[in-house]
Design a protein around this ligand. Structure first.
Ligand SMILES: Cc1ncc(COP(=O)(O)O)c(C=O)c1O
Length: 453
């Protein structure tokens, strides 16, 4: 019996990779990263590569930063872990929450709830939004609207809000009453609309019809990423977020910005929503918060939401939520050191500048290859959209191996990039300079030359 089970399930190692079929990795060798320093990582064969995806869009300050390691070590020498449940605290969680609220003063943020990752942060936001409406005497406001192509993590709440069917198909029944509307994607939308202002309005109109159809008094919140990341790096038209804020205000609906990727500079401004000039009611933060050195996330919300809790004195205001590792002292130590670097080195501005440079250089590659339908991005979130035909914009076949061959050729040429479906995505550390961008561009050039030969 044991023999049978072993043969049936054996692979080179026992953990399963996220977002893939377990059979896929039973025989193939994964990329094994053993070392990182600054912009670079090394695999187990000693091959050095520019980390063009900052781990998983998170190592914003680069690898192996002494300041961050020293801060973690210092905290470890004092105490490695303590909790934040009722009436217990530790100094770094207090310092970090003061820091986060000071950094988001212009968004009128009031309070912080910690978690360990982006999926925690989203789950926390869903629960706070629902409880807010309980406190407002409108407990029937439970629906949350999101966008197609959205990615809000993998817990059941986030899975229910995700806008890509593949994330949901095997996990139902999901959270009831979640609705996805069309995403404001200029390159591919059902209206074939190429005018940014018109497209923003079309999506806003669809949202308004959706609100009216279900009734505003059934809707708790709207959630979106300021730039859709895992959906393929979809930058909405400039008018979209400001119009979204107006519409949410019109129907008294909470606006949640999922800033798990865009928070702390990646999109070229400190927060993605700030880049659109918009103040959300809630923001979910993770990844860049601690630059991935230690897992940490935060859900922050404004005074409107905080007041509803503070004004209540019965069980409706009981906040029955929290994670053992939320606000982990080592995560807070890392985050305080990371945010210091983000501010001192003005990384949002560097992301904006280097993003513009990369976009120009990627455009030049696109001109040479019919395989690239579009290059797009904002700040250091960039994508090359691979197509069968530039005119029809039809993507390459989903089961084609072109994206993975390009990714591998790119690694061989000295840069790690990430294929997401039929797109190649770039999200290097925000500390990247022009020389680092050139390493990335040259690796891509070499990969396209080799794979399309
Ligand atoms: C916008 C967004 N929200 C939530 C998440 C989930 O974060 P985590 O993987 O840390 O749970 C991600 C992860 O990529 C994300 O991009």
């Amino acid at each position: 019996m044991n023999q049978f089970v072993e043969n049936k399930t054996q692979s080179t190692y026992q953990f399963w990779h996220a977002l893939s079929h377990p059979n896929e990795w039973r025989t193939q060798q994964p990329l094994r990263i053993v070392k990182g320093d600054g912009l670079y990582v090394w695999d187990d064969k000693g091959h050095k590569m520019l980390d063009g995806f900052a781990g998983l869009w998170c190592v914003n300050v680069g690898h192996n930063r002494t300041e961050v390691k020293d801060a973690i070590k210092k905290q470890m020498d004092e105490i490695s872990y303590y909790q934040l449940f009722a009436g217990v605290s530790h100094p770094l969680a207090e310092q970090l929450s003061n820091k986060l609220i000071a950094m988001t003063a212009q968004e009128d943020m009031a309070n912080v709830v910690y978690g360990s990752g982006g999926s925690d942060a989203v789950e926390t936001a869903i629960k706070i939004a629902r409880q807010y409406w309980v406190l407002q005497g409108q407990p029937q406001r439970t629906r949350i609207i999101s966008l197609k192509n959205a990615y809000h993590g993998v817990n059941i709440g986030g899975t229910s809000l995700n806008g890509m069917p593949v994330f949901k198909m095997n996990y139902g029944p999901l959270l009831e009453q979640c609705i996805q509307i069309e995403s404001p994607w200029l390159y591919r939308n059902p209206w074939n609309c190429e005018d940014p202002d018109q497209l923003a309005q079309l999506v806003i109109d669809e949202l308004e019809r959706t609100i009216q159809y279900h009734g505003a008094d059934s809707i708790a919140a709207f959630i979106a990423e300021p730039i859709q990341g895992a959906g393929g790096i979809i930058v909405p038209p400039d008018a979209f977020w400001p119009s979204l804020r107006k519409l949410c205000d019109k129907y008294d609906i909470l606006l949640i910005a999922d800033e798990v990727i865009t928070g702390f500079g990646r999109s070229g401004s400190m927060f993605g929503s700030r880049g659109w000039g918009v103040k959300p009611d809630m923001m979910t933060l993770a990844k860049g918060l601690s630059s991935g050195y230690v897992p940490l996330s935060a859900t922050i919300f404004n005074h409107r939401i905080a007041k509803a809790f503070y004004d209540n004195n019965d069980h409706k205001g009981l906040f029955m939520h929290g994670y053992t590792y939320g606000g982990h002292p080592l995560g807070c130590a890392a985050a305080l050191a990371v945010l210091d670097i983000v501010e001192k080195e003005n990384l949002p501005e560097n992301a904006a500048q280097m993003g513009r440079y990369l976009l120009t250089e990627l455009q030049k590659i696109k001109e040479q290859y019919a395989l690239i339908g579009e290059v797009r991005g904002k700040g250091l979130m960039l994508a090359l959209d691979l197509v069968k035909d530039q005119k029809t914009r039809e993507p390459i076949d989903a089961d084609s191996d072109i994206a993975s061959r390009l990714t591998e050729a790119c690694r061989d040429a000295g840069a790690v990039i990430r294929p997401i479906g039929t797109k190649l995505c770039l999200a290097p550390p925000l500390t990247i300079d022009q020389a680092g961008c050139d390493v990335l561009i040259n690796a891509l050039k070499s990969a396209f030359k080799q794979v399309t030969a």
